[in-house]
Design a protein around this ligand. Structure first.
Ligand code: SF4
Length: 256
């Protein structure tokens, strides 16, 4: 089996064997819109099979594995939203990494970007521990929640526009259910992906739409969108994003 079957004991697995599985974009839209709670929504997200290319990739990666992780069981399923069920800060990323979230079963966990992110969240009081290694490691978010705009690891870290659209109803329903006071978009892709969801939940949007940038704030009705450079290795190596820059964004988001 190239993925963890739901309800078989993986720590924090939100699904059970009876969780309904979306196999088409129409089923994603229907199951997302009729998820009554964040628990049921994340369960349904975590077993979704609506994007054939991504399902094949996430399971092939989970089967073949990276040499360094040969002895590990890979999650091999979509990475559901994770964190506080009633957060004041919602962090939106692009998509899980093939050997990061797709391996560990938790968003931003098991790769270098996540190391930077969780360290900053801990310094700013939004995470209980400075590291996030694997589902079940005791890490928890404090007043914060993380979601990916696309929940399955894509080849070359690049989802297609169609895959982004397929996954959109999961994002939209999560935003409907959590209503955060601040939304931090990690990177330009997340910045672009969140606007339609903000519009769909009833936020009047500014025209023209502000361009993405680090620390850019857009006050909306009841929440504030904040841009943050993605702590990718390229950005951290080059100094485009630094620890103080990340901390400033999360301190600001937590203060709203
Ligand atoms: S990317 Fe989203 S819609 Fe596509 S299979 Fe994964 S969870 Fe489902």
């Amino acid at each position: 089996m190239s993925f963890v079957p739901p309800g078989t004991g993986w720590p924090d697995d939100p699904a059970t064997p009876s969780t309904p599985v979306a196999t088409t974009p129409a089923e994603v839209a229907d199951l997302a819109a009729h998820s009554p709670s964040i628990g049921e929504l994340t369960a349904r997200q975590s077993v979704c099979r609506a994007c054939p290319r991504l399902v094949a990739w996430r399971e092939e990666v989970a089967d073949v594995k990276r040499r360094a992780y040969q002895n590990e069981t890979y999650w091999g399923r979509p990475i559901a939203g994770w964190g506080d069920d009633d957060p004041k800060v919602l962090i939106v990323g692009l998509a899980p990494a093939a050997h990061g979230g797709n391996r560990t079963g938790r968003i931003f966990t098991g790769d270098r970007s996540g190391d930077w992110l969780f360290a900053s969240l801990h310094r700013t009081g939004l995470a209980a521990q400075p590291t996030s290694v694997h589902a079940g490691d005791g890490q928890r978010l404090i007043g914060a929640r993380m979601v990916a705009a696309v929940r399955c690891a894509p080849p070359a870290n690049k989802p297609t526009p169609g895959e982004r659209d397929n996954c959109f109803p999961w994002l939209l329903q999560e935003l409907r259910l959590v209503r955060p006071r601040a939304i931090v978009a990690l990177g330009g892709f997340a910045w672009q992906a969140i606007w339609p969801a903000l519009k769909a939940v009833g936020h009047p949007l500014p025209t023209p739409r502000p361009a993405f940038g680090h620390g850019v704030e857009v006050p909306l009705d009841g929440t504030t969108l904040i841009g943050c450079y993605h702590p990718s290795q390229q950005n951290t190596f080059t100094g485009r994003v630094t620890e103080p820059m990340l901390d400033a964004v999360f301190t600001r988001a937590a203060s709203l």
